[in-house]
Design a protein around this ligand. Structure first.
Ligand code: NDP
Ligand SMILES: CC(C)=CCC[C@@H](C)[C@H]1CC=C2C3=C(CC[C@@]21C)[C@@]1(C)CC[C@H](O)C(C)(C)[C@@H]1CC3
Length: 418
């Protein structure tokens, strides 16, 4: 990428000013949610009753625990993999190689945790450490992103991301300058996207479930549902790990503060909000309602998995019998676009399934509070914004063929609505 191309790339997230606001707003929101979940009124839209002092936020033990966790996940990443996958072709025509052993890392982590708990590891103490852990992870994310920024200063131009090289340091720090920063064959972005945060999220959920069992004799039905649904989501992401190699995050976005903080801090500490809420605000849930919520989750998962697998299979091998009969539009790049099946229903059926699942994760928390619905609200905003970014990229990539696709499939995420 030339410096002229870089400075002409369109600015996202409101440019440097928007990014400056997000640098403060994202961590502030995360701490607000952590505090609100444990407060009596648990209000999403009220200022916290008190601000924690440094002595409540900072703990060297939390930092140590974080580093032990990261070290464990690095060790599991480095274990022999059942498969090594190739990423998409890069600007210099090379392809990077990625180990496919995320699911193995999840299973081994579960075994280690089980072993630890059986010899007295106090997992139930984790909920009480969430605040200092989140603080240590936020500090680590800032420092790690600075190191990545510095590393990118000596990276070759071909290794830079299209978006994070505007020349404005704060903007580039947030978006990330280098596309695939690596140390030898260790890929920082791929590692962070799927391992410490996602697996950490389900461990936090489990610790909250155990703590609830300790407090109330047994975990509530609502807590079981939230744990089960989110474990399925994380298990699915790691089982289909290879498909992350074609997501926007891996092929387009640089690795900067947005993804570092998103992967390491935001995912485990805010995505576990429903379980946090349930620990401090137990909610009654009857069996018929629980079954209805399970049905909703199953519908969401069916759409999410069906759509993602259909596209991944089609991109890997368009003559695979499961997709060979689908109608397509040719594009000037030689690639084709699906216009029937899931991708003929709306232009982002996978987002629709993901949103339905998000609702199913919140419903076990009842309707008395808005707080556990934060994920649904945030995720809707994230996916609407992400969809718009993807449309721009597809329009650039496929031109008239994309316009034809938009005519044939007019709705973006929700049929006949949006
Ligand atoms: N839980 C969370 O916090 C988040 C979850 N997600 C989930 O991650 C998953 C991946 O999402 P994301 O990376 O945004 O994007 P998608 O998986 O939707 O991929 C978009 C790409 O698919 C290809 N494509 C689009 N339309 C068609 C078509 N009709 N036929 C064939 N290919 C098509 C294009 O790439 P090309 O043509 O180059 O192949 C396009 O750039 C989703 O399920 C999403 O819900 C995403 C963000 C956050
Ligand atoms: C607000 C903020 C800090 C934004 C950063 C966004 C990130 C939290 C998300 C960007 C894309 C993501 C994906 C997943 C998790 C959230 C982030 C990192 C994902 C790993 C979740 C599991 C899915 O199955 C997935 C693998 C498809 C997905 C990929 C994108």
């Amino acid at each position: 990428m030339t410096s002229r191309e870089a400075s002409q790339a369109p600015r996202e997230f409101g440019g440097p000013l928007g990014v400056a606001a997000l640098l403060i707003l994202l961590p502030a929101t995360m701490f607000h949610l952590l505090l609100a979940a444990r407060s009596g009124p648990a209000r999403l839209l009220a200022l916290p009753a008190y601000l924690p002092g440094l002595e409540e936020l900072w703990s060297p033990w939390a930092l140590l625990l974080l580093f032990i966790w990261l070290g464990l996940q690095v060790a599991l990443y480095l274990l022999p993999a059942r498969k090594v996958a190739e990423g998409l072709e890069l600007k210099d025509k090379s392809r990077l190689r990625y180990p496919i052993n995320g699911f193995q890392a999840l299973v081994l982590t579960a075994l280690l945790m089980g072993l630890g708990v059986s010899v007295g590891l106090p997992l139930g103490a984790l909920p009480g450490m969430l605040l200092p852990l989140a603080f240590a992870t936020t500090l680590t994310s800032f420092i790690f992103s600075l190191l990545l920024y510095a590393k990118a200063l000596v990276a070759p131009a071909s290794a830079l991301a299209p978006g994070g090289n505007s020349g404005n340091s704060m903007y580039d720090f947030f978006l990330g300058r280098e596309l695939n920063p690596r140390l030898g064959s260790f890929d920082f972005k791929y590692f962070c996207e799927l391992r410490p945060g996602l697996i950490g999220w389900v461990c936090i959920n489990l610790a909250l479930l155990m703590q609830e069992a300790e407090l109330r004799g047994s975990p509530s039905l609502a807590m079981w549902l939230v744990n089960g649904f989110q474990l399925l989501y994380v298990g699915d992401a790691l089982w289909y790990e290879e498909s992350v190699l074609t997501t926007m995050d891996i092929i387009h976005d640089g690795f900067g503060f947005m993804l570092v903080f998103g992967d390491l801090a935001w995912v485990p500490f805010t995505y576990s909000l429903q379980a946090q809420f349930l620990l401090y605000h137990p909610q009654p849930l009857g069996l018929p309602m629980a079954l209805l919520i399970c049905l909703l989750k199953a519908i969401g998962y069916y759409i999410f998995r069906g759509a993602n697998s259909q596209k991944n299979t089609f991109r890997k091998n368009p003559s695979d019998p499961s997709v060979a009969g689908l109608e397509t539009i040719p594009t000037a790049t030689g690639r084709q676009l699906l216009v029937s099946g899931w991708w003929g229903m709306v232009r982002h059926p996978n987002y629709l399934g993901d949103l339905i699942m998000a609702l199913a994760w919140s419903l076990p928390c009842g309707l008395s509070h808005l707080l556990p619905y934060f994920y649904v609200l945030y995720f809707t905003a994230l996916l609407v914004h992400r969809e718009a970014r993807d449309e721009q990229q597809c329009l650039q990539k496929y031109g008239r063929a994309w316009q034809e696709y938009c005519k044939r499939v007019p709705y973006r995420i929700i049929p006949y609505v949006y």
